[in-house]
Design a protein around this ligand. Structure first.
Ligand SMILES: [Cu+2]
Length: 131
């Protein structure tokens, strides 16, 4: 299952990269035992990317994506839950949540679960946005 979703994400990215005009991109990230199965994602700038976040754990997790300043703020944040902003998502236990983001600029963003202890445990990944 985890390998299958990883292969699917790679296939989707490969298809998007080979197309003349970049089409919509979908990236599936599965959370299992408090770890993301994909931690190194590459997408194209200026193209909407739908992240399908699958939480296989019996506890909630977060998926917050941004630069260093964004994460510094959230490490000390007191938000109980997220959901109004596409870059700040709470994935309830055993749920799947989709969020669509268009990255305007090339660069590297981190996605992190900021629930207490989860980042230190390893719930961290990066999205490389290519121009
Ligand atoms: Cu978590």
């Amino acid at each position: 299952m985890r390998l299958a979703s990883r292969l699917l994400a790679v296939a989707v990215l490969a298809a998007a990269a080979s197309a003349c005009a970049p089409g919509p991109q979908t990236v599936t990230i599965t959370i299992h035992y408090s770890l993301f199965d994909l931690t190194d994602v590459t997408v194209q700038a200026g193209v909407p990317v739908t992240f399908v976040l699958v939480n296989e754990d019996p506890i909630d997790h977060e998926w917050l994506i941004g630069d260093e300043g964004f994460h510094d703020k959230h490490r000390s944040g007191t938000h109980a839950a997220h959901g109004d902003v596409p870059t700040e998502v709470t994935i309830p236990a055993l749920a799947t949540v989709e969020t669509t983001i268009t990255f305007d600029e090339p660069g590297i963003m981190a996605f992190i679960c900021h629930l207490p202890g989860h980042e230190a445990y390893g719930m961290v990944g990066t999205v490389t946005v290519e121009g």
